[in-house]
Design a protein around this ligand. Structure first.
Ligand code: NAG
Length: 270
């Protein structure tokens, strides 16, 4: 009888060891999975540093590397930024980020929402904010003065959806375009959190399409564009690689003009 009990106890211990080993393995795998989630978590804040444009402009730069021109300085009331790695060869142009500094004496929880319109870096910063945006991370105007005095501050940031109430996606024909041989344009007011990774122009008569080049920043170009009214197709991609073609209601008119803007008649919320 005693032997039997001992044997059972022995069995329990013998089976427990592998169970414990399994439990530890399981916990470890959960931990590793959590680490993985943290690395890909799109809503999480990432630590970095931010500076502000050295010029005296409150807003951004007219000559920003995204090619947005004046729009790139004034969009979002001038809460705009240059980025270094996040520029992603121009793909990052037009993306929106929540940026907040981390010094609790000066900085608000909310921080500021900026639109990327330029490329730049230095001092291990990911963001060079417009003066206006930099100041808006502060709790008060006094706190803003302290932030400006620091020049470069610790921040955390995350990508968020862009929002342009009462705006449709709009095509701005670049001033350097040359009708009808060379067409260059940028896309304004793209809402949401996706990247435009490809753009096509199609003839509305026989549907011959041409894939455009991203020449630099947010500027899409083509030599000898199709003629007549042009139907635009934009490929929206998210960070998981999901892709959607969006075809606007309105065409770019056949007699498009450099400097002109055209309302696409659509907006996205992706
Ligand atoms: C956006 O496009 C829709 C559909 O074409 C149009 O009815 C609306 O007026 C446009 N909105 C703006 C703000 O232009």
């Amino acid at each position: 009888m005693h032997y039997q009990i001992l044997f059972v106890v022995f069995l329990v211990f013998a089976t427990m060891a592998p169970l414990q080993a399994l439990a530890i393995l399981f916990a470890t795998s959960l931990f590793i999975q959590n680490l993985g989630d943290a690395a890909t978590c799109s809503d999480c804040f990432v630590h970095s540093r931010a500076a502000y444009y050295p010029n005296s402009d409150e807003q951004g730069s007219d000559t920003g590397r995204c090619g947005f021109g004046t729009f790139g300085a004034t969009i979002n009331d001038g809460d705009v930024s240059a980025v270094s790695d996040l520029y992603r060869d121009g793909l990052g142009c037009g993306a929106c980020y929540q940026v907040r500094c981390t010094n609790s004496n000066y900085c608000s929880d909310k921080g500021v929402t900026v639109v990327i319109t330029d490329h730049g870096g230095g001092h291990q910063t990911d963001f060079i904010l417009s003066r206006r945006a930099f100041g808006r991370m502060a709790q008060t105007t006094d706190a803003a003065a302290s932030l400006f005095a620091l020049g470069v501050v610790d921040i955390e940031y995350r990508r968020i959806s862009c929002s342009y109430p009462n705006k449709n996606i709009t095509i701005k024909i670049d001033e350097n375009s040359n009708y009808p041989n060379y067409l260059a344009f940028v896309i304004w007011y793209q809402q949401g959190k996706k990247d435009i990774t490809a753009v096509q122009l199609c003839e509305t008569q026989n549907f011959v399409c041409k894939l455009l080049d991203r020449s630099y920043g947010a500027v899409w170009t083509t030599t000898s564009p199709p003629s007549g009214p042009l139907s635009l197709r934009m490929l929206f991609s998210d960070e998981d690689g999901e892709e959607t073609w969006v075809v606007p209601l309105n065409n770019i008119p056949g007699n498009w003009k450099p400097g002109e803007t055209y309302d696409s008649g659509v907006q996205v919320n992706v």
